[in-house]
Design a protein around this ligand. Sequence first.
Ligand code: LLP
Length: 411
Amino acid sequence: MKLENNVYKIQDTTVKELAEKFGTPLYVYDAEVIKEHLDRFRQGFNSVDLKVKYACKALTNMSVMKYLLKQGTGLDTVSLSEIQMGLTVGYQPSDIVFTPNCVDFSEIEEAVELGVKINIENLSNLEKFGKKYGGAVPLCIRLNPQIAAQSNTDKVDWWHKQSKFGISLDQIETVKALESKYDMHIDGIHIHSSSVIMSPEIFINGAKAVFDIAMQFEKLDFIDFGGGIKVDVGDGNEVIDVVELGKQLDVEFTAFCEKYGRRLQLWFEPGRFLVGNAGSLITTCVVRKRNGGSEFVGVDSGFNQLIRPMMYGAYHEIVNASNPNGAKEKYTVVGNICEIDNFAVDRMLPETKEGDLIVLKSAGAYGYSMASNYNSRFRPVEVFVVDGQAHLVRKRDNYEDLVRNQILIDV
Ligand code: LLP
């Protein structure tokens, strides 16, 4: 979203036009911004065989997934439904990686049937995989190398330090023993880069540790560095310079491949980096009130539609698209859920009145995909702006959607 002559626009369509045409609340995604981020992600890599696998858990709208397919990405999935969506929009099974965690082995069997790349993250499923497929189906293993990371106190960051993810490094001998016992074909190593890494140097140190581990496996075709690359959301916090990271990793990975004796592919699974800043949640201020010392801006949305501020304390920049240049005042922006439901506390915003369009930015990733019908409210519409055209890509829920699976018994 850009501000041009005091008007907020997504490409050539104004926020006001979108709100009038589709109603609020609405999620809008800008294809140009997705493309810009993808290009930037790729920019630093010149020599290596880079494969970007879009982590569609961030935004599972199939039109967006199809757009990314057209831009030449693969897909990172965490459930069979995500795989199905990927296949529906035209991804080849071989371009889809299935990286679930703590799933029943039957899901992995189904994914094998669908022909996608399997990534295994625990010894239990690894053993079952070996027993069932031996060397017939190559697989990737997800490791938890516990590499040093910069610290940050917010919840989104320490989330990654939980230890449930991946196979711990102290179990690597067991992995190797299983590999030879069942004659398995481990062709990939995966580590999730994690959003706590903010400098290329620290990333490269971690990568080198991964290369050392990779040397212990002889049949690799790729190394997958996962996702978690932060994007600048305007909160002043440092983010990694992806172009610089690309340049440095390009050199290091090329050197590693020479040492390994084969040109491997380098995979990444970015979600938020590609779609985070491409999306906004457009809402309307429906109630202005003062309680205690606070001025409240009540909008026609809530944490059922964007949970990140309440769940992680995540920052989303907020603008008043109806009064971009108004004098700044301090507001607490809240939703309509019947419990504490803050989007922002004591935020300086242009003077706001009922009817104003209030936009939450950087809402493309983990916005709609984490939305619910809590309080029996409808999830918003989704609009995708491609080549100057605003397309409706998901309808608003309706009452029938809400009650569809309920069975009203005679009590
Ligand atoms: N690959 C793996 C193995 C992952 O676990 C994730 C995210 C990704 C890729 C994509 O990460 P991204 O590039 O989007 O950061 N709901 C939270 C984020 C959870 C991330 C889960 N895993 C949020 O709203 O910030």
